[in-house]
Design a protein around this ligand. Structure first.
Ligand SMILES: *Cc1c(COP(=O)(O)O)cnc(C)c1O
Length: 338
């Protein structure tokens, strides 16, 4: 079975061995305040800086999910309320979660701008040029949800103060862990607010992570597997070239080779098309039929999401997916046209 589901998505096959080693070598049985475990946390953070080219003055913490990151931004970094220029289901959900914690509407000042860099639900992205414009126009903090693009493409990190991603998408790992990256300005904001009422308050997290510890027993297996995957993958600049080339191939494939099929690209403007999630639109019956036929051929396509649940399928373009698997799916789609 091969999967193009955009989350949870294909896990690097090597993770099976990493997980087995973590158990066999007792890594997951170590106390999370032991030197051995703290070394794993330390190395994983170092590798994130190295492999993803995260600026050395940006801090990194581990949490459980991107949803938790949405709440941390609201509770620990938002003074009055946050602004959410969203284009899809995840952006909308983030706004709903954030505004339950820091409501908007009574003329509150918007002091955090929340941007979903890659909208997994419809296959759009906010390019770095657009983020640079936000940076120029907005004087508050900028927080970026990069769940389905971090570790797949390069970012211009200084354009935002907070970047986060859970690992079950582009990182090619099982769910249950997220990476929360924050700038010195974000830390300063947290100190200014002084919010310390939660187990995952950023100040409390920061205090713990500066000792390579966590406030609660963390997902040690997930952190260890993340460390091993980061050791294995090439630097992000190299990954980025491959991801963008594969995305260009997918878009050309649907525009030209599949032009007589019942399917078309959901996003018509190439400038906002995602490099990591390709959304394909069609009549409900055709979408259903191709998903069933693909399944029978051993290929899982991503379902549509939110407003596009029944009229699209999605193809993950994540680094863990092998070139051969992409060719298999292209062949399947071409042959299903006849
Ligand atoms: C999957 C996804 C989320 C939710 O991630 P969780 O780890 O399940 O909380 C948030 N934002 C985007 C853009 C996503 O693709």
């Amino acid at each position: 079975m091969i999967t193009f589901y955009p989350g949870p998505s294909k896990v690097y096959p090597q993770v099976a061995d990493y997980a087995a080693q973590a158990v066999r070598e007792g890594i997951v049985s170590q106390n999370h305040r032991s030197v051995g475990f703290m070394d794993v946390v330390k190395e994983t953070i170092q590798l994130l800086h190295e492999k993803l080219n995260v600026p050395s003055d940006y801090h990194i913490a581990f949490v459980s999910s991107a949803t938790e990151c949405w709440e941390i931004v609201a509770q620990s970094l938002t003074i009055e309320t946050s602004s959410h220029p969203y284009t899809g289901a995840f952006g909308k959900k983030w706004m709903e979660y954030a505004h339950r914690i820091k409501p908007s509407g009574n003329g509150q000042n918007e002091d955090v701008l929340c941007v979903v860099q890659n909208e997994t639900s419809n296959g759009t992205q906010v390019r770095m040029e657009a983020l640079a414009q936000y940076r120029q126009q907005f004087s508050g903090l900028i927080a970026v949800d990069a769940v389905s693009s971090m570790a797949g493409v390069t970012f211009d990190w200084p354009l935002a103060d907070v970047w986060f991603a859970s690992v079950q998408k582009c990182f090619g790992l099982p769910a249950g862990l997220a990476v929360f990256i924050y700038s010195p300005a974000a830390l300063e904001r947290a100190q200014q607010i002084g919010e310390n009422a939660h187990y995952n308050s950023l100040l409390f997290m920061h205090e713990n992570f500066s000792k390579f510890q966590t406030p609660y027993t963390p997902n040690g297996l997930g952190i260890y597997c993340l460390m091993r995957v980061l050791q294995q993958v090439p630097p992000i600049a190299e990954v980025d070239v491959i991801t963008r080339q594969r995305a260009a191939d997918w878009y050309a494939f649907f525009e030209y080779e599949m032009s007589d099929s019942p399917f078309q690209l959901l996003i018509t403007d190439p400038a906002v098309r995602s490099d990591t999630v390709i959304a394909v639109e069609g009549a409900e019956a055709d979408i259903k039929a191709v998903k069933v036929a693909a399944q029978q051929a051993g290929i899982t396509l991503g379902n549509g999401y939110g407003d596009w649940k029944y009229t699209t399928f999605r193809i993950a373009n994540f680094p863990a997916i092998a070139q051969k698997e992409i060719e298999t799916l292209m062949q399947f789609l071409l042959s299903s046209q006849q």
